[in-house]
Write a protein that binds this ligand. Structure first.
Ligand code: 2M8
Length: 439
């Protein structure tokens, strides 16, 4: 008999191959060429996929990341691989120049964070562990117990030290902290940050050596990114009086929604660990974060969620995919749920959702987080649809994502009109989330 190709099985196998290729022996890299170290929220997305095929590696990844947690609770956005040369990625460990503090972990890292998706990832890996046998289930419980206090400290850092405006939400101090690097959501807030292009002479861009300049942030933006790190670094990475001392502090709807979702995942984890009182406290925190997002980031006229500049109180004028992600919160008021669903279905977005409103002047089909479709944020959006019982749309989105990857490959991001694969061709979170979408 002639073997009939099974597209789902092929996609599954190719995803597993990507994750194997990107395993360094100590951690998974986002992709071999452009991102040679361990990234924070990539680790969480990758763990969600590894839960199906290699939970041991998922726990190992989370472990290496949390071993680099700072004494103040922050989990760095990059943990540097000591085997990689300083100039293989900019800004490398030397640039961050971390102060030596008592209790500082041995692994070198950056001083900024990324969205705290790790509690959700740990919960997902735990949830699937019993499918791999009793020993795996037992190991998963041990891992959860190790991670739980660390995940709590990560949340406390973000909710206490990063509440720059005092309104109950965490501020990011750098666009990289959002994970949505050059999203137009930051343009207004960034306009006040000096773009000193001479910084690029002293600190040449490394990304342009391995990728197309038309797909990457502009030099102006890059100069601002470097300047912001220098300012934060020179202040000893302190979060005291951020609004006065630091030129960029923004409340991102996606980041804060993930912060809320993390509290719900922690409630589940605390339940497994027999900590009933803690579980209740986490659920209360999730409700508080949801209420703060509803109150502070909602733009009533357009009925959309926007990023808020913590320094000026102004909401960003651009509709971005980050504004759809409060859908992940189960306690979001029904009218806001409806509004997000309407926005997602509208000609501005559509499924899969591009990173920016297609009708906005800033929309750019190629430039990274300014237009292309990304699988990770669409995966989060789909979770939101599931949380609110929108099964039809969730299924439509699942199929659309799988079609995209099946036709074009496990790319980092995709052209929002043609589906063409863009950026790194064998990208970890695309592969990992495919496994979850196929399972
Ligand atoms: C991108 O960000 C890094 C900086 O952190 C970069 O541009 O070099 C973003 O897509 C971010 O979300 C992602 O975590 C990282 C690694 O995949 O790449």
């Amino acid at each position: 008999p002639v073997a009939v190709p099974d597209p789902a099985a092929e996609l599954w196998q190719s995803a597993v191959r990507v994750l194997d290729t990107n395993w360094s022996g100590e951690h998974t890299v986002p992709s071999r060429r452009l991102y040679p170290h361990q990234w924070s929220w990539d680790t969480a997305f990758t763990a969600v996929g590894l839960a199906y095929v290699n939970p041991t590696r998922a726990w190992h990844d989370l472990h290496t990341l949390f071993e680099a947690q700072w004494p103040d609770g922050r989990v760095p956005h990059i943990v540097f691989d000591p085997a990689t040369a300083e100039d293989d990625y900019f800004p490398g460990p030397g640039f961050w120049n971390l102060p030596v503090l008592a209790g500082r972990p041995a692994r070198r890292s950056t001083g900024i964070v990324q969205p705290p998706l790790h509690a959700l990832a740990a919960w997902e890996v735990y949830r699937h562990a019993s499918a791999h046998g009793a020993a795996c289930a037992g190991a998963a419980r041990t891992e959860l117990a190790w991670l739980y206090p660390r995940l709590v400290r990560q949340q406390e850092y973000l909710t206490e030290r990063r509440d720059a405006a005092g309104g109950g939400l965490a501020s990011i101090v750098h666009p990289w902290e959002s994970g949505l690097d050059n999203s137009p959501a930051w343009d207004q807030a960034l306009a006040g940050v000096p773009a000193d292009l001479t910084l690029l002479d002293r600190h040449p861009r490394r990304d342009l050596a391995v990728s197309d300049a038309a797909h990457r942030p502009t030099d102006e933006d890059h100069a601002r990114y470097v300047g912001l790190i220098l300012n934060y670094r020179d202040g000893g990475y302190s979060d005291t009086e951020l609004v006065r001392r630091h030129p960029f502090a923004v409340e991102c709807p996606a980041f804060n929604s993930i912060l809320g979702v993390a509290e719900l995942a922690l409630a589940q984890i605390a339940g497994v660990l027999g900590r009933t009182g803690d579980a209740r406290r986490h659920r209360d925190r999730a409700r508080e974060i949801t209420a703060a997002i509803s109150r502070r980031l909602w733009e009533p006229e357009s009925r959309t969620f926007r990023a808020r500049d913590a320094r000026t109180g102004r909401l960003s004028p651009v509709r971005c995919v980050s504004g759809l992600l409060p859908l992940m919160l189960p306690d979001l008021p029904a009218d806001q749920v409806e509004a997000i669903m309407a926005e997602a279905r509208s000609e501005r977005f559509g499924l899969p959702a591009p990173s920016v409103d297609r009708t906005d002047g800033s929309f750019d089909t190629h430039r990274y987080w300014r237009g292309p479709v990304w699988v990770n944020v669409n995966w989060l959006l789909r979770r939101g649809m599931q949380v609110h019982g929108r099964r039809g749309e969730a299924e439509q989105l699942r199929r659309a994502m799988l079609r995209l990857v099946h036709e074009h490959g496990h790319y980092e991001y995709f052209h929002p009109e043609t589906g063409q694969g863009l950026g790194a061709p064998t990208f970890s979170w695309t592969a990992a989330l495919c496994l979850d979408l196929l399972a």
